[in-house]
Design a protein around this ligand. Structure first.
Ligand code: FE2
Length: 247
């Protein structure tokens, strides 16, 4: 079984289109989305519609932006830029897509006995996994040896080994990680719509559950068009100028 793993799409229709185009001829059986379909970007309905209409079995969890944009949470903990984007998103969503977000399951979810998926961390969808200490708490929470998470927007691998926890940021183009038996992994595929690792290309991963490897990949997309749409929508300029560009 092969899984396409996406996270933090953030209403970036151009980035999602580039990713789906890149994998069109690659085999995968399931689509996994680790939350934050919306927020920051200008194409929330386009992104949700593309995911909804993809003819694959889907395993989806909600992110913190999905929770706020769908009206389940007033967003009291959001910074002003995120809150402005969430409010704009809430007004822009169709009723069907708002309901889609509101109905998304909350992680963690176990998938087919193979791995766990969550947004921020297995113990709290709003918590970030940046360090070995964050990872240690997460490893204690999950019952399987593999967990995919998002939220930090940084492609990364935390490996529980006999002598401690390895912390690796995944850099560059396509990278293959062979999963070793006896080790445990927390893996972030990076963000489709708003990378935060100073690489503007959309990030995603493919997991082959039979062969036991994860492939990380980056794909360029039409950043200028996505930025233009953000500015035209009246979303905070910083989104187009800084966050979207990953600077
Ligand atoms: Fe996010």
């Amino acid at each position: 079984m092969r899984y396409l793993i996406l996270s933090d799409l953030h209403s970036n229709g151009e980035a999602l289109a580039a990713v789906l185009s890149r994998v069109r001829r690659r085999h995968y059986d399931r689509l996994v989305v680790l939350g934050d379909f919306v927020g920051y970007g200008a194409d929330p309905n386009g992104v949700i519609d593309r995911v909804r209409h993809l003819r694959r079995r889907k395993i989806l969890v909600r992110g913190n932006h999905d929770r706020v944009a769908s009206g389940l949470d007033p967003g009291g903990l959001f910074n002003p830029v995120a809150l402005a984007a969430a409010r704009w998103t809430a007004e822009t969503l169709t009723a069907a897509n708002r309901q889609f977000l509101a109905d998304l399951p909350v992680g963690p979810i176990e998938v087919e006995g193979r791995f766990v998926v969550c947004h921020g961390s297995p113990f709290d969808e709003d918590a970030y996994i940046f360090s070995d200490v964050d990872a240690a708490w997460s490893f204690r929470t999950i019952g399987l040896d593999l967990c995919f998470f998002g939220h930090s927007h940084i492609p990364s691998v935390f490996t529980l080994e006999p002598d401690g926890i390895g912390v690796d940021v995944v850099r560059g183009g396509r990278q293959r990680l062979k999963l070793e038996t006896g080790r445990r992994y927390l893996i972030n595929p990076g963000s489709v719509g708003q990378p935060r690792d100073r690489n503007i290309d959309a990030a995603f991963a493919l997991y082959d559950g039979d062969e036991g490897f994860v492939e990380f990949e980056r794909v360029p997309y039409d950043v200028a068009r996505a930025r233009e749409k953000i500015l035209r929508a009246g979303l905070p300029g910083a989104l187009g100028d800084r966050l979207l560009l990953g600077a």
